[in-house]
Ligand binder design. Structure first.
Ligand SMILES: [Zn+2]
Length: 306
């Protein structure tokens, strides 16, 4: 495939890339088979032979194959349309501040927010607690390449840490596991020391079981006070993301009066099964993805922005 002029220097001409990707999209939107044409020559060899335009071709080839795979996955999992491709995240993460009306008096505490400041048409998917451990969820999200973040509470996770270890490695860019306390208590009803045990104890569990101390913490039910934020800060929490809307297998619930998505909104849902709500995890994902995609949003990775 030959595309216009070769890109100058290291930066690809934005217009050129957009045009090339548009032709890729057309190629994938029809009756896309898994073949995508003959295999391309090895990227390294091609780059040597043709310079930057060869590298561009190899890149476009990979994008085209990923898109074709996503179209097939969307069909397999019953989505109305394939998920939209998230734009590249900003080179510098946005500055997150506490949402108006959610402040405490403490200075220098981790920010509490429901939406990430961005103009990009993206939202973030977060899944809480950990009771339902459906292997189909890992398969579905990996095949559709939908990023998400899990906020785990030890009392429902500890009977099968292995499931979440698999989740962590189930996508190329990794699924991040964050803190949702040891026992899912109503934190404002606890003393500072008790809250510290709940929050910092879970930091220790996640570090021990999954190898990383999480930077993000979400209080159960979204309820917290200044002690919560002080305790969280004391054991390494950087930010406290709440949510702007909540997804269920059969409906959405909205925090804002306009009952809509907004750029940077955090969407909450839960690890639940048919005993708890009207569907499976894939049913819930299908529903929320149909809402997100039909409104023109892509799902981005929260850790790229916070
Ligand atoms: Zn919860």
């Amino acid at each position: 495939m030959v595309i216009g002029a070769p890109p100058s220097r290291r930066t690809l001409g934005a217009a050129l890339l957009a045009a090339a990707l548009a032709s890729t999209a057309t190629a994938c939107s029809g009756a896309a088979g898994p073949d995508g044409g003959a295999p391309a020559p090895a990227a390294g060899r091609q780059a040597q032979d043709q310079g930057a335009s060869g590298a561009l071709n190899a890149y476009l080839d990979r994008v085209r194959k990923e898109r074709a795979a996503r179209v097939l996955a969307a069909r397999k999992w019953g989505l109305a349309r394939p998920p939209l491709e998230a734009p590249a995240p900003p080179a510098v993460k946005p500055k997150i501040t506490t949402r108006k009306g959610f402040e405490t008096h403490g200075k220098g505490l981790p920010p509490v927010f429901t939406t990430v400041p961005t103009k990009q048409k993206i939202v973030f998917l977060t899944i809480d607690d950990g009771a339902e451990k459906d292997p189909d969820l890992l398969r579905m999200m990996n095949e559709l390449r939908i990023p998400y973040s899990a906020f785990l509470s030890d009392y429902v996770v500890k009977d099968d840490y292995g499931y979440f270890a698999r989740m962590q490695k189930s996508q190329k860019s990794g699924v991040s596991l964050h803190n949702h306390t040891l026992n899912h208590r109503y934190l404002p009803g606890l003393s500072y020391e008790q809250q510290k045990r709940e929050i910092c104890g879970m930091q220790d569990v996640i570090e021990k079981r999954f190898g990383k101390r999480p930077p993000l913490f979400r209080p159960p039910y979204g309820n917290y006070n200044e002690d919560t934020l002080r305790a969280a800060k004391s054991c390494g929490v950087k930010a406290v993301p709440l949510w702007a809307s909540e997804a269920f297998p059969d409906h959405m619930e909205w925090r804002e009066w306009d009952r809509d998505l907004h750029p940077g909104d955090i969407v909450l849902t839960h690890f639940r099964g048919k005993e708890d709500w009207k569907g499976t995890m894939p049913d819930m994902i299908r529903r929320v993805m149909n809402v997100i995609t039909s409104k023109g949003y892509a799902v981005a990775k929260l850790e790229d922005y916070v």
